[in-house]
Structure formats: structure tokens, C-alpha cells
Write a protein that binds this ligand. Sequence first.
Ligand code: COA
Length: 259
Amino acid sequence: MAHPVAVQIDGAVATVTVNRPEVLNAIDGALLAELEMAFATLEADEAVRVVILTGAGDRAFIAGGDIAAMRAMTVAEGQRFVYRGQAFTRHLETSRCVIIAAVNGYALGGGTEIALACDIRLAAARAQFGLPEVTLGIFPGWGGTQRLPRLVGKGIATELITTGARIDAQAAHRIGLVNHVVPDGELLPRAHEMAVRITANGPLAVRQAKLAIRAGLEIPLEQALILEAEAWLVNFATADRVEGLAAFLERRRPVFRSG
Ligand code: COA
């Protein structure tokens, strides 16, 4: 069997591919461990600044938590599974890297929740989203009840979570769940193009911007503005600030150095 998580690094861009096609890339404890390890390794690799997360094949991004595995779990195992999934999604959200979900097919349950924890979501036209957990007698526990309302608003989130309805890529785009919908064959090239564009920018500026956006949304505006200013100053104190501004005035491309 192919490795369930493949990591490919191309300059400052890493692509992580979930590859468990026999269950549409559903996540059990073993696959979650592989994902945790892959992202921990990338986090430690300072050369990598943008990560694209996608699913192998043309059917699924991630079809959710592994239903057979969850059926067999004791409550204690369920407790571990829910907190591990939360820690993993939180890791994506708080990573120093910008993480792009390239949603190539079904993103259901944990698949939508993982996409929600990424910074940017691109969807292939054939992608489908949904939180169908209640149809199985459970409900989303990897951040779905928290991140979906924050992204699309309480009303739409409550409807999706309590009906368990599946929506296509265009509908996901209309509600703001995905940034762009692209033709199926263009998903990875478009994700890579966006990733490369991000990596051309000031590395610390991008990193501090992600931090300010993410952490700022979790606190009141008054404190968030202070956080923004302090994050801005951390970047302002670097040679990259001098380089970026000088390059504009000298009509040349900047050469950034910070990681
Ligand atoms: N967990 C475990 N196995 C899963 C799975 C999941 N989340 N999603 C799909 N699979 C398995 C199926 O059991 C099937 O296995 P089998 O070939 O041994 O029977 C295989 O993947 C293919 O899925 P299948 O249902 O036959 O494909 P389909 O094209 O008819 O339907 C889906 C695709 C995604 C609509 C359907 O598989 C589905 O609803 N999956 C569950 C999604 C879900 O509820 N996720 C949240 C879990 S909390």
C-alpha cells in the first residue's frame, strides 16, 4: 500500500497529499498520526513557508473521520480521538506556514473541519463539502461547530450542521466557505501558483500577517489592534523592511532574507 501521507517539497512550497483511497481518505488514528508527523516535520523545516494540503485521486479530499474506527472506539478512545483531531486542526491554524487546502473532491465531516482550519481554501468544481455527523448520531468535534460559524455566520453554519446537508463547490463559494472554485484539472497548478506568489513576499511579513489575522480574530478589536501594531513592528525592525521599501524605490525586485 502506498504511504498514507505523501510530502513533496518544491522550494519553499510543500504539498501534503492524503492517500488512503480505499476509504476516500477517511482519517483513523494511524492516518492522523501520519498527518501530525508530516506537519510537525514541515513546521521544523524553516525553508518551507507555504503548505498545500490535498487528497490523492479524483474522488476525495478527506471523507471525514473513519466511521468504522469510530464505531469501534471506547469513550476513552473517543476522547483521545476528538482532542487529537482538535490539536491537529489547531496546529494547522497556528502554523507559521500559510496552509492552502486544495479540495479535490469530498470534504465531509473532518474533511471540511480540516479545510476550515487551513488559511485559504481552493475547491475543484467537483468538490463537495458538508458536516454530515448528525446523520450518524454524532456531531462535529474537530472545530466544525466553532470555525464554520466564524467563517460563514451562525445561521448558515447551524443549518449545515443540523441538517447534515452536503453542498457543492459553487454553493460553498457563495457562502464564503471557499475562496475560489477552479476547473478540476487546474486545482493543483492554481494552488501552487498562489503558493509561489505568497513565497515571493517578505517571509516574516507574511508570517506576522497570518499571526495578526488569526490571533486578532480571537480577541477583542482594541487588543487585536495592539497585537497588529506589535506584530508589524517586529517585521519593521528587520532588514527585509529596508530591502522591500528600497527595492520599490529603486525599481527592482526585492531580495528578502528573513524566515
Ligand atoms: N469512514 C470510513 N469509511 C468510509 C468513509 C468514512 N468517513 N467514507 C467512505 N468510506 C468508505 C466506504 O465505506 C466504502 O468502503 P467499501 O468500499 O469497503 O464499502 C468506500 O469508502 C467508498 O465509499 P462509498 O460510500 O462506497 O462511495 P460513494 O461514492 O457511494 O459515496 C460518500 C461517497 C463520500 C458520499 C460516502 O462514502 C459517505 O457518505 N461517506 C461518509 C462521509 C461522512 O459521513 N463523513 C463524516 C464522518 S464523521
